[in-house]
Design a protein around this ligand. Structure first.
Ligand code: ADP
Ligand code: ASP
Ligand code: MG
Length: 407
């Protein structure tokens, strides 16, 4: 008997009707002879609504209490789905993160799963029940409720699939799979049949929010095959799997964008050993992830240092950097939240030169100014003005994907 983990995102459980539809799909998987564990997100819009409530009370809400609040969204959807399944005559049982001991570290709002105790889940499966687990949440070692970051139910699902050694982790969402770029902003985007874990990690980390990055890292580490597909159709979606030879013939697999970053510049930082460490240590201690960093060449013994963080961490980062700036006698700080990062991703870049040059040419032709650049073996990212983002995505998609990527 196969064990299937299915995850349904917010849109898929956004209304009572849709929850009933999901119950039918889950039931069908069970009737095909599988054991089924379902992981659910909060109903569409609910996490944002809860977040806004907290922010009405406090501009920077206490992180522990915010996580208690946010986790409630998944409590509602998991119980409703379990009810809907039972209503079809099929035994089901919902579990919250603490009930199946999804233990995480203490990083509220972006906790990482350390372990899952699958005893109760296995018992329920053995009794013929469908198990419904609330996504996005866990508890730390002292039983404080934690959440896994936006999109975190994907990670709950993959972690569950790894813990239970499931045959597949199906991620049901509102699009038919992973596309060459966000179909929401580029009508010419097309569905990929397969994508390697590595490319998907780069796509997720550069903004393709169809899968949370951590979920793909986990899938790669535990060799969990992930099938991203639509909850509104039966069509085959995209398989996220180990890379094989045929994949590097494609130069660029995807174009991504991320509007969720902000840029912070420290002006005239004295050019002395140890200062970068002094600037970034408090930021790291606050669990703030820094994405790109640029340090300009030093003139007159000082240098400008620019970096990006997510908009969610932006205010906290500024307050930390302000303290450091005055301690190290930098001239001041400059901030810009109106930026976007646009990236191209593909394993084919490993074996082809000239991809970056072509990307810069295409953007130059469009008169789009590049503010920052970063690369990895299979990715090139640029920071540009937010207003030019959609145009940049479309022209890069046209040049690298629609025209089959000739250099
Ligand atoms: P869910 O609520 O099911 O978790 P998300 O909103 O988190 O769904 O992710 C699905 C959305 O991701 C799609 O509606 C789409 O707009 C967006 N998206 C961004 N980039 C891509 C991509 N390359 N392929 C597919 N979807 C993408
Ligand atoms: N409900 C959470 C969010 O909106 C988690 C998820 O949907 O994956 O980010
Ligand atoms: Mg999601």
């Amino acid at each position: 008997m196969a064990l299937v983990v299915q995850k349904y995102g917010g849109t898929s459980v956004g209304t009572v009707e849709r929850i009933k539809n999901v119950a039918k799909k889950v039931m069908a998987a069970k009737q095909r002879g599988n054991e089924v564990v379902v992981v659910v997100s909060a109903m569409a819009g609910e996490t944002n609504r809860l977040l806004a409530l907290a922010q009405q009370i406090s501009e920077l809400p206490d992180e522990r209490e915010r996580d208690v609040l946010l986790a409630s969204g998944e409590q509602v959807s998991s119980s409703l789905l379990s009810l809907a399944i039972k209503d079809l005559g099929q035994p089901a049982r919902s579990f919250l993160g603490h009930q199946v001991r999804i233990e995480t570290d203490k990083a509220y709002g972006k906790a990482r799963i350390k372990s899952i105790d699958s005893t109760r889940i296995k018992r329920a499966l053995k009794a013929g029940e469908i198990v419904v687990v609330a996504g996005f949440q866990g508890v730390d070692e002292e039983d404080n409720i934690t959440t896994l970051g936006r999109g975190g139910s994907d990670t709950s699902a993959v972690a569950m699939a790894a813990a239970l050694q499931a045959n597949v982790c199906e991620i049901y969402t509102d699009v038919e799979g992973v596309f060459t770029t966000d179909p929401g902003i580029c009508p010419k985007a097309r569905k990929l049949d397969r994508i390697s874990y590595e490319e998907m990690i780069e796509m997720a980390s550069t903004g393709a929010k169809v899968l949370q990055i951590r979920s793909v890292e986990l899938a790669k580490n535990f060799a969990v095959p992930v099938h991203v597909r639509s909850s509104f159709s039966e069509a085959e979606g995209t398989w996220v799997i180990e890379e094989d030879k045929s994949m590097d013939s494609v130069l660029v697999s995807g174009v991504t964008y991320d509007k969720d970053e902000a840029k912070i510049t420290l002006l005239k930082v004295p050019d002395r050993p140890g200062l970068a460490a002094q600037i970034f240590s408090p930021i790291a201690e606050a669990h703030i992830v820094v994405d790109m960093i640029i340090q300009n060449a030093s003139e007159d013994g000082t240098t400008d240092l620019t970096f990006t963080v997510s908009k969610a961490d932006y205010k906290k980062a500024i307050s930390l950097v302000e303290k450091t700036a005055s301690a190290i006698q930098a001239k001041g700080i400059k901030v810009d939240p109106n930026i976007a990062k646009v990236s191209i991703v593909g394993v084919g870049m490993r074996t082809h030169a000239g991809v970056a040059a072509k990307m810069f040419r295409v953007l130059a032709r469009e008169g789009i100014n590049i503010e920052m650049i970063s690369t990895s073996e299979i990715k090139i990212s640029v920071v540009i003005g937010e207003k030019q983002m959609e145009r940049a995505v479309r022209v890069l998609h046209e040049e690298f994907i629609e025209k089959q990527g000739n250099l």
